[in-house]
Design a binder for this molecule. Structure first.
Ligand code: FES
Length: 109
């Protein structure tokens, strides 16, 4: 199984962390497995916008964005051109990924 590194950066100023992600794991999976707070109100099925992240590098290793994902990103706080939903960012194991995590408020949908 291929593996890559995911580096998590944080808008709230916490130090960055780098963790190994196996092919088939999502950014959300790797965050939760390493006690990184990332909301996931729908449980990771592309049914909310709470796992919103910004992809700083490595987007070429991630699946194409779906229409459903785009719709939910439109409802996220401060969406940008590099916005994705962490649960939909399943690594393929070819390129390291750098993710910026927005502040987590633990409310909203
Ligand atoms: S956890 Fe709901 S869309 Fe990712």
């Amino acid at each position: 199984m291929k593996a890559v590194n995911i580096t998590f950066k944080f808008q709230d100023g916490q130090p960055a962390q780098t963790h190994v992600a196996a092919e088939g794991e999502s950014v959300l999976d790797v965050a939760l497995n390493n006690d990184i707070q990332l909301q996931h109100n729908c449980g990771g099925v592309c049914g909310c916008s709470t796992c919103h992240v910004y992809i700083v590098a490595g987007e070429q290793d991630l699946p194409e964005i779906s229409d459903a994902e785009e719709d939910f990103i439109d409802r996220a706080e401060n969406p940008r051109i590099n916005s994705r939903l962490g649960c939909q960012c399943v690594v393929q194991g070819n390129a390291d990924v750098v993710v910026l995590i927005p502040p987590q408020h633990f409310l909203g949908h």
